[in-house]
Design a protein around this ligand. Sequence first.
Ligand code: IMP
Ligand code: MG
Length: 172
Amino acid sequence: MQVNIETLISKEEVEKRIQEMADELSERYAGKYLKLVGILKGSVFFLTELAKRMTIPITMDFISISSYGNSMESSGILKFNKDLDDPIEGEDVLVVEDILDTGRTLSYVLKIFETRKPASLAVVTLLDKPSRRLVNVDLLMAGFSIEDRFVVGYGLDYAQQYRNLPYIGVIE
Ligand code: IMP
Ligand code: MG
């Protein structure tokens, strides 16, 4: 497939913002052990770049969720494919997501995690599309707030492609 991808947020801008977020998180969670929980696969690039820049002790765990639907629009019907490896009871947990769109995925995940009694539970996302929200999700921090456009790169895919682009782009 021959497509043109227009840069929306450059590699330099993304990395600068991730550094700021890492600094803020290291300060906020100073003195604590933080567990970063990534939602596979989209959050992997953001999570590792964030983790590399954090100066507090962290651990990582991952879940996998799929939503039925086509490549650009999810149906809202979610399926848990892979759960966390370890319990989170009593832990400071930070869910790391690539993009907050309708909010359905994160609200579903947070509901499940809350029942497991973590010491704290918060969410950071690289991108936020506030105009698309259907379910409210409390965010600790968002990297960038963007308009309602379908974006790829930095972990985000279109039909599983383009996740490895080192910038955020829009398919033309
Ligand atoms: P939500 O449940 O509607 O908030 O959707 C979140 C998920 O939808 C993200 O984790 C992405 O996998 C996917 N998604 C939403 N918007 C985009 C986009 O612009 N590009 C790529 N994936 C997206
Ligand atoms: Mg995703």
